[in-house]
Every structure is written in C-alpha cells, then in structure tokens.
Design a protein around this ligand. Sequence first.
Ligand SMILES: *Cc1c(COP(=O)(O)O)cnc(C)c1O
Length: 421
Amino acid sequence: MKTDPKKSERFRKSTTAIHAGGLERSIYGEMSVPIFQSSTFAFPSAEDGAARFSGEKPGYIYSRLDNPTVNALEENVATLEGGFGAVATATGMAAVSSVYLSFLGRGDHVVAASCIYGASRVILESELSRYGVEATFVDSSDLVNIEKAMRQETRMVFVETPMNPSIRLTDLAGAAAIAKKYGSDLVVDNTFASPYLQRPIEFGADIVIHSLTKFINGHADVIGGMVVARDQEHYDRVKKVAALFGNTMDPHQAWLILRGSRTLALRVERGQENAMKLARFLESHPKVSWVSYPGLLSHPQHELAKRQMDGFGCMISFGVEKGLEGGLTLMNNVRLIALAVSLGGVESLIEHPASMTHACIAAEKRREAGILDELVRLSVGCEDFEDLRDDLDQALNRIGEYKIKITPLEAEMEAFEEPGC
Ligand SMILES: *Cc1c(COP(=O)(O)O)cnc(C)c1O
C-alpha cells in the first residue's frame, strides 16, 4: 500500500502510530479496522474486473495481491517510516528475502554488516551464493570498512543499527553516501530501533525492513514482516516480487499487528526509560564487567546515537564476570525476566548468545565477531524498573557462588542452524 498523498496533514509520531492506516468507516461507524477475512473479492461486472486487473480502476482482486486490513497496516508503518509505500510480509524473513529477490541477481555483490540477523546472513552465504550472488561481511560500525568492501558490481549495502548483540551503531547518513557513490541501494533492517526512534529513509536509505514480530507488534504473540520503500520504483519492484513469490501477509495477522502498533509510542517510551535506568544500575554492579547501551556516555557512539536516534532504545548488552559460567548462572537464576530469544515485547527477555543464539558458531569465530562468552543481551520491557533491577541483582549475585559443569556446546548444538534470533 502506498501512503496517501491526499492525507497531506502530517502528524507527530504517537498520533501517527494511533491513526495512520485507518480505513473509511462503514455505515456502522466502527473504531477498529475490520478484519477482511476474504481470500477473493467479487467484481460488480466483467468490465470492472478487467479494469481492476489492468490497473485502470482501483479495487480488490485477491488477498495474496492486496487486502484492505493488510493495506491498513502497510499504510500505518509506511507513514511512521516516512516512506513512499510498504509491503507487509508473512514473517520478518519473508521481508528480507523479498528484498534480496527484488534487487539482486547473478553477478551482483552485497556488502553486509557481519552482525546482521543470523538468518539474513545465512541466506546470503549459503542460499543466494547458489544463484551467483556474492557477499562481503564487514564491521559496519566503522564506515571505512564498508567503503573498502565496495566493488563496481556492488548493488546493495545491508546494515542494522543498533546491531545484535553488540548494540553498536552504524552511521546511516555515512552508509547512504557510500552506497550512493557506488550506485548501490542502502537497505536498513530497522527492527531493533523501531520507527518511533529511528527513520532510516530520512538519512538516505532506499529500503527499510522490519520484523514486526518485535517492537511494532510488541506482545510476543504474532510473527510478521514489512518492507518500506523510499520511492515508487523500489515499492513497485518489492510489491511485485512479494506477491509473485507469495510472501505476503494474512489479514488476521495484520489486524493483530495493527492493534500492537497503536501503542508503539507508549511501549517504547516506557521500555527505554527502564533501559536507561537498568544500564546505569548494571554499570555500577560488581559482577558486571562492561555495559553497551547507546544512552551511556561510555558508549563509543553516544554522539552518533543522539544524531540519528530520537531515544536510546530498549536493548542492552553487558558482560558478566566468569565468562560462559557467569552467563549461564545469570540465565538460570532470573525469576521475573524470561529466558528467551526474540525482543521488543512488553515483557523483558534475557538471552546469552554464546550458549544460545550463537552457540553453533565455533568459539574462536564467535570471539572474532565480538560475541564474547560473557555477553548477555537484555530486551527491556514495560515492567516496573524496581522489579527488573531486583531480579537482575539477585541473579547476578549468584555468579561465582557455585560451579557449573560446562559441556562442549558447539558439538551439542550442531543441528541448530539459524543463529542470531
Ligand atoms: C527477528 C528478526 C528478524 C526475522 O524476523 P522473523 O519475524 O522472525 O522472521 C530479522 N531481523 C531482525 C533484526 C530480527 O530481530
């Protein structure tokens, strides 16, 4: 769905999240967008059907192509991101794969951040390579690394900021300038920040990707994805490919996610207020060796965060004493904070990449990629700060209290193929 140029009145972010993507009310005056649970749509006449197919007349045809409830969610997220239009997809990975399939072909080259979501990286490494697409992975927190990897045939620069699990940033304006210089697209997976805190199109990105599963839905109960395009050309391409390959979204799923998006502002405001306080608490905790949170003065990119983000977000990573053993002790002793992958929900989640999402990567390679044994990732939710603080405090204080037998995790986890959730 394209954003509606007729609705020229631009509102602020919270208002946009609540009101963008409404449909015309029916005679019943419903407040919530109805769920159009219909696979197909009847044409008033054969001529009208033909005109819809040729694009001469607007109107719905079939829900893999377009559906009013799905369109409402697309308009909501496209407006939040300041894009030309958006295409909703069944999952975040369907959004990523739609973007790859839309813009890459044989002989093309991609420069991607080494810390992009695990599955996004695995597709480039072991699937698209079969179709003749090459990728180079770099630490995108330093623009010099992106520039060095660019080639004549580079079609796409793919980054995430903040990055997982280091919570380092990528300079969006700088990355866009490099991509432009080489005639390539800048694609930004904006899942970790959400459009409430960061709108990459304002900094020159061509495509923004979301796993709606995370902050935009926000309630750990639906999977979904979105591709937002800067202009008509990029939108038309993604729209066509997503519909052809069948990557599009179901109306019931769209309705649930739109319901989540309406409270995006409230949830992110509360989450990041908690995150700031927790980051300060962790920094002063004797069992914590370091904290990475863009809101802390100690974060090397604190100034960049102030430039390109409207707030510092809800994601923290930190190091605990005693490495892998310390991480495992913390995981096994939290009571309120759930031990789970994923992020961006109202409930706080904790995970330990070295023993969980990134355990399938050999210890040596993990360290090279900056995924230290002691690193713990926290997605801060909307609970009372004091309860989160007390839970972390009691669990951290158990570190070193008893010994844990550590089995060789790499061998055990060989079957687990998709790191980086
Ligand atoms: C979760 C996630 C994805 C994948 O999204 P799904 O909805 O699980 O398919 C992609 N990118 C990032 C940054 C994510 O966190």
